[in-house]
Design a protein around this ligand. Structure first.
Ligand SMILES: [Zn+2]
Ligand SMILES: [Zn+2]
Length: 376
């Protein structure tokens, strides 16, 4: 017999924080939908707030929606067909990905479902957790809600039962770190990894770089990132640099004895000029991996340097299944003080204020914020 959650936790409605229009979040109740044989229902325990929630919070389109796409919870209900297909059962503690790939296109069939058009939320009609409007039945598409509708194409990861939910809710940002630094960047022994920006994704990169056995891990930020840079050091960064007070190139040259970095990850979103300054931090045959929007054309883009140093440039996007599995394993290892990354755990009532904090509109600074929808 498998574990089944107590019946009294199964109400007829789910409370959710709905992004109604730009800068307005309201609490609303939604009926628990009937579950078809190929779908299910998740009792959400924790959902991490992602940096990408901020632009969605500010956006008029596609209409009211429940944000939140980094969910962890218990499988509450599951249809018979889904039980056969998913490899999960009622009561399982799982982390979900935001993607709902189609499952049958070339990208899906080759394991690269991030490239499936079904995962691209800019395309009209795409269904994806945390960005699909409530007008699309059964409305429960986001993690800032007590219950989430489990679409037939959901991607599950088993979470070790002992892992606290607010830690498990970091599986996707840390998964991004493993994807970018290790799977895409090839981090490993002997390598120097430089991470621009100590946000949750940047810190995920620190964890992945450390787990990969990289020699030297350097993280840049600003004076105002002091707290985040301290967390980066606790997670394994060897050097942190405040780019508004120190000469980054000089420090990197000093700590690498002039060899410079093998990999630079741009996750700061500091604007177009960061591209040339990142190229200047790379040693021969180094790679610049771009994870955040640059926000416009790069002035005096230094192609000659790319040629002279035989550098490569690569665009990053999200995570593969393997990356999230690697993240969960590293997270369960006990090797990383992940509690230092969790700056806030809040309830549904505080979602609006928390989104503004993540967007930088508050005095308070956050690193990783978790929404626990059953918390008062
Ligand atoms: Zn995200
Ligand atoms: Zn597909």
């Amino acid at each position: 017999m498998h574990q089944v959650r107590p019946k009294e936790t199964m109400p007829g409605a789910s409370l959710a924080a709905v992004a109604m229009k730009p800068r307005l979040t309201e609490l609303r109740e939604f009926p628990i939908p009937d579950i078809p044989p190929d779908a299910g229902l998740l009792r959400v325990v924790a959902t991490g707030i992602c940096g990408s929630d901020w632009p969605m919070y500010l956006s008029e389109r596609p209409g009211p929606r429940i944000l939140g796409h980094e969910m962890v919870g218990y499988v509450e209900k599951i249809g018979d067909t889904a039980r056969e297909r998913w490899g999960v059962k009622e009561g399982d503690f799982v982390a979900l990905e935001e993607y709902l790939p189609c499952g049958h296109c070339e990208s899906c069939r080759t394991g690269e479902y991030r490239a499936c058009l079904g995962t691209d939320r800019r395309l009209p009609g795409t269904v994806r957790y945390g960005s699909t409007p409530i007008s699309k039945p059964p409305s429960l598409w986001g993690g800032y809600s007590q219950y989430l509708y489990l679409h037939p194409n959901s991607i599950f990861h088993h979470v070790p039962p002992a892992m606290p939910a607010h830690i498990a809710a970091m599986a996707l940002p840390i998964g991004n770190g493993f994807q970018w630094v290790y799977l895409d960047g090839g981090a490993g022994p002997g390598k120097t990894i430089l991470i621009q920006g100590p946000g949750q994704q940047g810190l995920g990169c620190v964890i992945a770089a450390k787990a990969s056995g990289a020699d030297t891990i350097i993280v840049t930020g600003l004076r105002s990132d002091e707290g985040r840079l301290a967390v980066a050091r606790a997670l394994g960064a060897d050097h942190t640099i405040m780019a508004d007070e120190e000469n980054v190139t000089e420090v990197v040259a000093r700590v690498t004895s002039g060899r410079m970095a093998d990999i630079v990850i741009e996750s700061s979103g500091a604007g177009p000029n960061i591209i040339n300054s990142s190229l200047a931090l790379l040693g021969r045959r180094g790679a610049l991996l771009i994870a955040s929007r640059v926000g416009g054309p790069v002035p005096n883009f230094d192609v000659d340097r790319i040629l002279a140093f035989r550098l490569s440039l690569r665009a990053l996007r999200g995570h593969s299944y393997q990356a999230v599995e690697l993240a969960l394993r590293a997270m369960a290892s006990g090797a990383f003080p992940l509690d230092r990354m969790s700056s806030h755990v809040i309830g549904l009532h505080d979602v609006d204020a928390a989104l503004r904090m993540v967007g930088g509109e508050s005095e308070e600074r956050s690193i990783h914020v978790t929404v626990e929808p059953w918390k008062n």
